[in-house]
Design a protein around this ligand. Structure first.
Ligand SMILES: [Fe+2]
Length: 437
């Protein structure tokens, strides 16, 4: 059992880490670039920063702390439900200097609230939940801001060391045996409403790849004319493929006989051993069909990640119950790219599957639905209003995701046409009759 003082320290540490990242992402460009919209898909960076502060004020200063509002007058400007991303640059937003002052003032009050409020009793504060929710919110926007950096045009401003080379596991795929497993969680203290509650889920036997699909794998699909062959695409995917004139992952460009890509302002050859990233769900599904395979469902992904056949229980993470360390996964913008396929053997799941956490979000062939027994908390707009929409699930986080914002149960969702996010995929397949045990 964590003592309250330990918990306060852990929360303060997580708040500090997220703010350091937000600061790096917003100090690395000048004010002109902060207020500019780099893509219609994204907010200006200065909006993200003030929105981070505003959510923190709403939940931790006003709600948990019971304090007076700091800037009630700006709430509507930074309400994501009131203004679409494309419309945000035209709003009378706080200036970069005002924004920095605002988030600093909010944070000072929050650290004071953290010292004084009980972290038990009411569900909103129990085990620091509301603080954890706000930490995850800031980290999620930090990943969004990283995606804005990837869309920005200009000389590189972000720098990080490359990950080490890797050796692929001997097996290409592993069999996940048929049977029930525990999906979701009722015990993870900072888990969000859509991950709850834990329940037993039956999954038929299937094979899943030990590593994500690499750029080299994906190039074979391109070279085989996969983008021009309607057979591999769903009807919806083919319509999108034609409308958007897709020929390769986003940020790739023809260069003589081969391809190059732009990554945070650097133009480079395509690293064939790295997981493919910046593909839509439709492209992932087309590749899988071309390869004679399919995408895993969300339940299959989670079973491959968490199920331990030796004990029958589900782990917090593929490697066990301990929090992610640098040996387990490529998380936290430590590297500004996915690590080569086969990296992080220490992060392997009990069933022998690697890189489920970190590197690239993985598209799953499931829509966003509530788990049995779902209850919206602390507000409907977190998850419930998105259930049943035109979404596909994304699991496991990317190199841009912080360890506070991903776990074995964490569920992300986006439109199947989205390509600016750090998403790739791995393949699965059914068990053939003559392979049945
Ligand atoms: Fe947000």
């Amino acid at each position: 059992m964590t003592s309250t003082e330990d918990l306060r320290g852990k929360v303060a540490d997580a708040l500090r880490r997220s703010r350091e990242r937000s600061t790096t992402l917003t100090e690395s460009v000048d004010d002109d670039e902060l207020v500019r919209q780099h893509s219609k898909l994204m907010s200006p960076l200065v909006w993200d920063l003030a929105h981070i502060g505003n959510q923190e004020e709403l939940w931790l200063v006003r709600d948990v702390g019971g304090r007076e509002p700091v800037r009630e007058d700006i709430d509507h400007l930074y309400d994501a439900f009131q203004h679409a991303r494309a419309d945000r640059p035209a709003l009378p937003l706080l200036s970069p200097a005002e924004t920095r002052g605002y988030v600093r003032e909010v944070r000072e009050k929050v650290l004071d609230v953290l010292e004084r409020v009980p972290l038990e009793g009411a569900r909103l504060v129990d085990q620091g939940f509301a603080f954890g929710m706000i930490v995850q919110h800031e980290q999620q926007h930090d990943e969004t801001m990283l995606a804005t950096h990837q869309l920005r045009v200009g000389a590189p401003v972000l720098h990080a060391p490359d990950p080490a080379p890797a050796t692929r596991p001997a097996r290409r795929e592993v069999l996940v045996p048929a049977g029930e497993f525990t999906m979701g969680t009722s015990t993870e203290p900072w888990a969000l409403d859509n991950e709850r509650p834990a329940f037993r889920r039956q999954v038929d036997a299937f094979f899943i790849d030990t590593v994500p699909v690499s750029n080299g794998d994906y190039l074979a699909f391109i070279d085989a004319g996969g983008y021009d062959d309607e057979r591999w695409w769903s009807a919806e995917g083919w319509t999108f493929r034609k409308q958007a004139n897709l020929v390769a992952p986003r940020f790739w460009k023809r260069d003589g006989d081969g391809w190059v890509r732009t990554r945070f302002g650097v133009v480079e050859r395509i690293p064939v051993d790295e997981p493919v990233v910046h593909v839509s769900f439709h492209e992932a599904a087309a590749y899988a069909k071309w390869a004679g395979r399919r995408l895993p469902t969300e339940a299959e992904w989670e079973k491959a990640a968490r199920f331990d056949p030796a004990t029958g229980r589900s782990r917090r993470y593929p490697w066990g119950d301990e929090d992610p360390g640098p040996e387990h996964a490529n998380l936290g913008q430590r590297h500004l790219r996915p690590a080569p396929v086969g990296s992080y053997p220490a992060g392997e799941s009990a069933l022998g599957v690697r890189q489920l956490i970190g590197d690239v979000w993985e598209w799953c062939d499931s829509g966003f639905e509530a788990y049995p027994g779902f209850a919206a908390f602390p507000y409907r707009e977190y998850s419930e209003v998105f259930f049943g929409g035109d979404y596909k699930m994304l699991r496991g986080g990317s190199f841009g995701t912080d360890k506070a914002a991903v776990r074995g149960t964490f569920r992300n969702w986006d439109h199947p046409i989205r390509r600016q996010i750090f998403a790739g995929f791995r393949c699965a397949r059914d068990v053939l009759p003559d392979e049945a045990r």
